[in-house]
Design a binder for this molecule. Structure first.
Ligand SMILES: [Zn+2]
Length: 511
């Protein structure tokens, strides 16, 4: 027996529970029937046989996006999370892995085989696919061409929710003006037009305004109830220094934080952890939290932040508290943004720790909401060129070097060596900063591959690591969740949300 096989089941069942399985389910021999994996699978089967699809309307929807969280990332994060809890790791279950419904999502953009986050967010928020790098405008628009967006705006699920009287919230640990969050409230031919000075003067004259200003000007329904993220510099003029000593980026002299405060006299603006802790969630009026000049910290660096900043789970908790306090339902859109950015850097350590942080946020959402009236969806916008490979023994540290089994199936005492004589890691990237141009890969014998700043080796030297093009998973629980199965286009997510919330009917009744 392998040393992990007892810890090997999510649910450790006593042999006495065998009696719970009627002979009609299992009439075979006892060898399987006393095995914990067998018992666990029987229990899973019973759960699935008893499940009835919840076809009732959803009161609330929470959409979680793990930016760049492809399936290899989910598997590796599951193992890391388990190993952090002293398990072998493989048997661990992330919070969304208990959700009953899954589908595979095809992520390509209309003009790209392997997508970017702007095109993908526009797809699942608007119900139709579009080009890469554009923010909630349709595929008739041309990237970077302001005029081409006129008449080509796509209404996002968040805008439509507001119009229908549904409350809304946005949480990201990237800049609030970054592509994924921006697609919920802004329309732009370029994801890079975050402040006015990012828009070429020749384009400005056609009336396009920057993404930060579009956030402050947002006027659908009664406005966004709660928004947390980074990106403060895009809201402040370049002559203003913020509470953490960083300069604003705006060259048009506008202080959008003051503009937001003037617009919302009863609003609460906060920028650090103290302000976050002191938020009055009972008070009417919107909440805006901008916790960093640019992106918020990676989860493992969060404790180093000057002003202090909340975790994704902390922000999720406050947002649900605020939104649950209202009589209408809500749509809450939450992005674990930095999984993607760590992958781009070729750093699996931070990508996986940020995935675990997202799993904690999903756990909070599960615990705080009623599974009967709240649809929770967890998905990724796209994958990464991130691989998990090797004949690795059970329970091997996920960030470590490959250790194989011997001929008897027991872990060897030394890492495996490649043909070049050097050990190699289980995790790696196809391209990115971990590749060395024109030289053989470095010898890992004396390298700590589990260190926070270690970059996994890569083959193709592309500077930063690129997105992956294979399908990503959609996990769902709650009313309407049963509509996720099979292989679907990414923009289908909007259609399930629309059906679950009966948004169409709500919109018709307010018109
Ligand atoms: Zn990316």
């Amino acid at each position: 027996m392998n040393k992990f096989s007892i810890a090997g089941c999510g649910f450790i069942l006593a042999i006495s529970q065998l009696a719970l399985f009627p002979a009609s389910i299992w009439a075979g021999g006892e060898r399987q029937a006393t095995d914990i994996y067998f018992l666990d699978a029987q229990k899973t089967l019973s759960r699935k046989l008893a499940r009835k699809p919840n076809t009732a309307p959803a009161r609330n929807i929470i959409l979680f996006i793990g930016d760049g969280m492809g399936i290899s990332t989910v598997t590796a994060a599951r193992i890391l999370d388990g190993q952090l809890k002293d398990m072998a790791g493989e048997e661990n279950i992330l919070s969304w892995e208990t959700f009953p419904y899954t589908a595979l999502s095809k992520t390509y953009n209309t003009n790209r085989q392997i997508p970017d986050s702007a095109g993908t967010a526009s797809a699942f928020l608007s119900g139709t696919k579009t080009k890469s790098n554009v923010i909630s405008v349709n595929q008739n628009a041309v990237q970077g061409d302001c005029q081409s967006t006129h008449g080509n705006h796509l209404e996002s699920f968040l805008e439509l929710s507001e119009k229908a009287g549904v409350n809304t919230g946005i949480i990201t640990n990237a800049r609030l003006t970054h592509a994924t969050p921006a697609a919920s409230y802004a329309h732009s031919p370029s994801r890079y037009w975050e402040t006015m000075s990012d828009i070429p003067p020749a384009e400005q004259k056609y009336g396009c305004i920057d993404i930060a200003r579009q956030f402050v000007n947002f006027s659908a329904g009664n406005g966004i109830e709660i928004a947390f993220g980074g990106g403060r510099r895009n809201f402040l003029p370049n002559f203003v220094t913020d509470g953490e000593g960083e300069k604003g980026k705006r060259k048009d002299g506008r202080n959008l934080i003051e503009e937001w405060q003037n617009r919302h006299q009863n609003g609460q603006y906060i920028w650090n952890e103290t302000g976050f802790d002191q938020l009055d969630l009972k008070k009417d009026g919107p909440i805006l939290g901008l916790f960093n000049a640019s992106h918020m910290q990676f989860e493992t660096d969060r404790h180093l932040d000057k002003g202090g900043e909340p975790s994704l789970a902390d922000m999720t908790k406050k947002a649900i508290e605020k939104l649950e306090g209202k009589s209408e339902g809500y749509f809450l859109y939450i992005e674990g943004a930095r999984i993607d950015q760590a992958h781009h850097a070729g750093n699996a350590y931070r990508a996986l720790h940020d995935s675990v942080a997202l799993a904690k946020a999903v756990q909070v959402a599960k615990e705080m909401t009623n599974g009967q009236d709240t649809l929770i969806i967890v998905t990724a916008d796209h994958s990464h060129g991130f691989v998990m490979t090797g004949d690795v023994t059970r329970g091997n540290p996920i960030l470590g070097k490959v250790v194989e089994n011997d001929k008897r199936g027991i872990a060897k005492s030394h890492p495996a060596q490649a043909k070049d004589g050097s050990p190699y890691t289980t995790l790696g990237y196809y391209n990115g900063g971990g590749a060395i141009e024109g030289l053989p890969r470095s010898d890992l014998t004396d390298v700590d591959t589990e260190a926070q700043n270690y970059l996994q080796q890569a083959l193709v030297p592309t500077g930063y690591e690129r997105h992956g093009g294979e399908d990503v998973a959609i996990y769902a629980d709650g009313p309407g969740g049963y509509l996720f199965h099979g292989v679907v286009e990414q923009n289908y997510i909007f259609h399930v949300m629309n059906h679950a919330l009966r948004l169409d009917e709500k919109l018709k009744s307010v018109k």
